[in-house]
Design a protein around this ligand. Sequence first.
Ligand code: UDP
Length: 455
Amino acid sequence: MEKKAYRAHVLALPYPSQGHVNPMLQFSKRLTSKGIKATYATTVFLSHTMKPESLGSVEFDTISDGCDQGGFSEAESIHDYLKRLEAAGSKTLAELIIKYKNSPHPFDCVMYDSFLPWALDVAKQFGLVGAAFFTQACAVNYIYYYAHHGLLSLPVSSEPVSIPGLPLLQLRDMPSFIYVAGSYPFYFQMVLSQFSNSYKADFVLVNTFYNLEHEAVDSMSKVSPLLTIGPTIPSMYLDKRVENDEDYDLNLFKLDSSSSTEWLSTKPPGSVVYVSFGSMANLSVKQMEELAWGIKQSNFYFLWVVRSSEEAKIPNKFVQEMGDKGVIANWIPQMQVLASKSVGCFFTHCGWNSTIEALCLGVPMVAMPQWTDQTTDAKFVEDVWKVGVRVEVDENGIVNRDEIESCIRQVMEGETGKVMKENAKKWKQLAIEAVSEGGSSDKNINEFVSKLTRT
Ligand code: UDP
C-alpha cells in the first residue's frame, strides 16, 4: 500500500445549511495548508449545487440525508427531516468510512458539525478520532450546555439570567428557543443534543477567537477539550494570505447577476448601508414595509439583499421611488461587499457568520435579530463588543420605520457612530492576530494538527 504523503486524513461533515457549510469548508482548507488531507462530505442533495472549484485543495464525497432529490423540501416537517438526516446520515457515513478504510487514505478523524452528534457515535464505532465543530458563538454554545445539563431551569422564569463567563442576560438576550418557550421544539432539542455525547469527543473546535469571547471560552474550557480556531474567514480578507485558503465560494443560493458590487464601488467611502437577513429569516409583510420605509427615511445609499422567496413583500411604491439611491439583490458575495470601503454599516439579523464576518472586516452594525442564536449575538454586538446598536421592538412586535432610521443614523453618523467604527477596527485587528502565526487560533490549529498526527 502507498505510504501516507500527508499528516492525517480528516473527514469534514457539515450540517447542510448555508450558515454551516462555509465555516467547515474554509477550516478544512486551513487544515490542508498545514499538511492535513481533508475530505469534505456534503449531502447528495447539496452536491448538486456545489461547484468543484469551491473546494480548492479539499477532496469531496457525499453522505445521504434521505432526501437526495429535494433536500429539506422533500421532508414533511423539521422533525421528519432531522430524523431522516440521522438515519440515512449514520448509515451512509459508516459506508463512507468503510469505503476509505481499505484505500491508501483511510480517515483518521471525523470532524462533524455539532448539530450532528450521531456522527461522533459512528466515528467511535470505527475507532476514529472525533472532533466536534461548533459553528456558533462560544457564549451561545455555553448557554445550550447549561440548559442541556439542567443548570438553567426552563422555562426561564426570572431575569436577569446569570451564567459564569457571560454578561447578565435579559430574557430577550437568550437564544429564541429558550426565551420563546415551546418554539421550534425539534431545533431546540437539536441544539441541546450537541452535548448529548460531547464528553466522548476528542476535540471541541469553536469558530470564534479567544480575545473575542475569552470569558465564555474560559468557562466552557472547564467542561470540554475546547480549541478556538476562528475566525474561519478566508485569509485574503484578513490581510494575511495563507496557501490553499481561497475565497468563500459555496453559495447554496444563486448569485445575483446584477452588478451590485460594481455599483457599490462607485459610491463614496462609508456611504452605503448594507442590509441582509441571511439565508433563513422570513420577515412579516408589515415588518418588510417598515424596513423599506425606514431605509428610505434614513436617505443613505443602500444595498439590500432580499431572497427571491421574500421579494413579493417589498412595497411596490418603495421600488418605484428608490431610483439610484439603492440596489436590491437576491444573493451577493457578502464577504466582498463587507470588504468594500463604500459600506458604512451592516444592517443585519446577527447570524453568527454575518456577525463575525462584519467584526473581522471592521464594519459596525445595526442588529435586528430574528430567532435562534441571533438574539444573543445582538446582545454582544451592542453591549460587549460595542460595535453596533440593537433595534427596539414596539408594543406590536414590530421594529417601526422611525426606529430603523434612528438606528441607521446612530451607526452612520455622529460621535456614537465614530466610536463603533473605531471599536470595529480594533476587533478586526485582533481577528487578524488570532489567525496569524503564533496567534491564539493559529496555535490551537497547530495543536489539533499535531495531536492528530500523533494518534
Ligand atoms: N451570505 C452571502 N450572500 C448573501 C447573504 C448571506 O454570501 O447575499 C452568506 C454570509 O456571508 C454568511 C451566510 O451567508 O456566511 C449566512 O450565515 P449567517 O450565520 O449569518 O446566517 P444564517 O443564514 O445562518 O441565518
